[in-house]
Design a protein around this ligand. Sequence first.
Ligand code: SAJ
Length: 459
Amino acid sequence: MSLLELREKIDKLEARIAVIGLGFVGLPVACEFARVGFTVLGIDRNIERVNLINQGRSPIEGKEPGLGELLKEVTEAGRLRATWDYQAGGEQALSQCEIMLVDVETPVEFNETSGTNVPQYSALNSALRSLGAVIRPGTLVIIESTIAPGTMKQLVEPVLSETSGLVSGQDFYLANCPERVMPGKLLANLRTISRVVGGMTPEIAGTAAALYRHIVKADLDPVDCITAELVKTVENAYRDVQIAFANEVALICEATGGDVWKVRPLVNKSPFRQMHLPGAGVGGHCIPKDPWLLAYSASEAATPATLQVIPAARRVNDAMPLHMADLIVQALAEGKNGIEKRRILVMGYAYLEDSDDARNSPSANLVERLHSLGAETVVHDPFIPAYQGNLIEMAHGCDAAVVMVRHQAYLQLDMEALKNALSRPVLIDGRLAFNGLALRAAGWTYRAVGQAPGKASTP
Ligand code: SAJ
């Protein structure tokens, strides 16, 4: 099928779509294309997840407005079906699909030998090889996963060509359209945030943009693939550097007798300043990873670019959970207590407020650090089943509490009850969730990230 014929099928909603990987990115996009009338086949290796989806039940916990209802609607209408089997037959077989979206994980892993963080493409490779075995001429393959710049040319295209025996640009068409979703706003972001649409040729980019036009009510910017790969990784590296700057200012304020929570809003009164929020660390599936994808491409280039700012920002942000441990040590020392054998209540394990997503959780690094200092930990999180429970009861016997995530539930806490439950009224605030002045007046030993001892401000 020619690109023109494929475009016509897209315009008429007749092109059959396959989505490989039904996680935070793949499931919403599968539902959205099904919602507007496409027939969608979802593929995921997690059989439990596949079964839940086919029952019209979302496997994604946490608050995702509209997703559960939409999934039920499109599965009942028969426009979305999931399977774990690439080889599944029938009229809705993968090989019958003219469009394949790839939404599998693309983590990075620290390589001791090279001392760098290296992309781990096993899931991507596996998906590409499975697709290569079934795709037919005329298929449009769109990589939505975040990949290091250059991956489309250096990995995706060769693997698909080798495994399919087809010619890229002639038999199958390749595009890269990175997502901009965020847990808690998956459907909203998908519908309302612009996207770059990279194509191996301008015509392919235009065809892919025509597909996304059915679900995206925002700019769709057709570009070449390297531009799409760079935009995605740069936008997240940019955010990481912004957060690292805020965290470094927090450390400066602690050292110089300042209060970053007073300094920040005043800095932002200066035109064109947008100082981000300092905090207990940077977690999630995007920000801690994407800067390393970008850095990897820069270091692997024929004439490598040597980076300073982006790796340094990663080091600053990765150090914040360890700094929270330092603040706990300092606060306990105010009462002449050491950290060893102390029990610390860790409030919040998700990487983001009011989310159950714990990927790259800063709290995990804090817990590990506290254990290395000889302390015990009790972890609470209202959204994560393993850590749910009555916070006040969990506080009994603990010598201090540390807030790592600004969950709404913590902002409404009975602080007197928490104070009475703890054996020492010590609170370390990693997200300025509390009013330090009021807590100190109530007899707490209170420290917030970015505030020198004795300083305090209201959230
Ligand atoms: N964080 C700070 N200070 C800040 C902002 C965030 O410490 O000023 C921390 C958060 O606590 C969290 C981590 O950084 O642990 C990441 O927070 P995030 O708000 O960036 O949330 P993410 O990881 O879901 O980011 C996603 C990204 N979107 C995509 O990759 C598609 C990011 O580019 C978006 O800017 C963000 O959502 C958003 O705000 O939509």
